[in-house]
Ligand binder design. Sequence first.
Ligand code: GTP
Ligand code: MG
Length: 370
Amino acid sequence: PDEIVVSELASRLKVTAADVIKKLFSLGVMVTINQSVDYDTACIVAEEFGAKVTKEVVVSIEERLFEEVEDTEENLQPRSPVVVVMGHVDHGKTSLLDRIRHANVTSGEAGGITQHIGAYRVKAGGRDITFLDTPGHEAFTAMRARGALATDIAILVVAADDGIMPQTVEAINHAKAANLSIIVAINKMDKPTANPDKVKQELTEHGLVCEEWGGDVICVPVSAKTGEGIDELLEMVNLTADVLELKANPDRLAKGVVIEARIDKGRGPIATVLVQSGTLHTGDTIIAGTAVGRVRVMRDDKGKAVKEAGPSVPVEIMGLAEVPSAGDDFAAVEDEKLARELVEKRKFDAKEEQFKLYKKVSLDNLFSQI
Ligand code: GTP
Ligand code: MG
C-alpha cells in the first residue's frame, strides 16, 4: 500500500503505537495514532526497530490471512478428476465435449472458435468428471498454459485425418510440463481419410507411444460426430483417475484457481473458478489476484444457483469488486480487511514492477542511443 496507519504499523512491528510515534517524532514526523505515514517512512521506522520491511510485511499479511491446514489421512477425501481437453485448432475439442455432455456449444460460439476455457461437470460410470475446454487457436497459448495447471489429466485431441500439428505439439509440451496423465483421443474416425496409424506413428516422434505399440499411452479412436468410442474414452478417464487416487480436504476454507473472468454489464464482475481444496460457500469473502469480494451468487455449470462447491467443482461466482485474471489463484478468507490490505499491497508491487520494467526499458533505449 502507499501508506499505513500508525497503529497498524505498530502492531505489525509488535511494538506500542507510542514507540512508533516517538520514533517518528525523532525523525521529524508528527502524527497521531490514527494517522497514516507513507511507505518509505514506514520502512525507515521498521528498520529502526530491526525489521526488514518489504518482505516481512508481505509474508506477515499472507500468513495472517490464509488458513494453513495440513493434509492428513483423516481430512483428505476422494475428489473427482479434472480433465483438460487440448489439441490443435479444429481437431474437435469442443465437439467432443459436446458429445460427452449431450449439449451443443459449438454452434453458439463466435466463428466456432472457443474464446474461453469452459468448465463442465459430467457424470460417467457413476462418478463426476470435471472437464475444461481450452481454445486451440494460437493466440490463446498463454491461456492454455494456465488451463493445464489446475488439472490432473489431459485429453489430447488429434484429428485422424490431419495428424500431429504445431498446436498438438504445444499441447503435449504443456501437458508434460504440468505432469499430467495424457490420454489421446484420435478424433474424426468417421472420415474416410482417417488414418489412426499415422497419428500413432507421429505421436511416437514426440515421446508418446500407444499401449498397443508397447508404450504406456492410452489411445482411443473416437468420433465426436457419430459418438463412436466416447464411452471407452470416459472409461479410460475413470481408470486413469483411479490410479491417481485424487484427494482433497473439503473441510477448510476454499482454495483454487480462476478459469475465466469477465464483466457483465448488469451483474458486474463474473468469474468462473475451480475449487481445488476446501468448500466455497455463498457469503464467503474471497481474494483472487487483486480482486476482493463476498460471494453473492454462485452458479454451477448448468446455470443452477448453488450454495456451496467442494473440491474439483467449477462454479461461476458474482460479488468480486473487480475482474480477476484467468489463471489467478483464489482463496476464501476470514479477515476481509486484511484481504483488502493484501490486494493494495499486490497492486503496489505490480505497479513497482511495471515501473522497474519501464525504467529498464528506457535506460536500455538511452544506452543504445549513445
Ligand atoms: P477450436 O476450439 O477452434 O480450437 O476447435 P475445436 O478443436 O474445439 O474443434 P470443433 O469442435 O469446433 O470442431 C471443428 C470442426 O470439426 C467442426 O466443423 C466440427 O463439426 C468438426 N468435427 C469435430 N469432430 C468431428 C468428427 O468426429 N467427425 C467429423 N467428421 N467432423 C468433426
Ligand atoms: Mg473449441
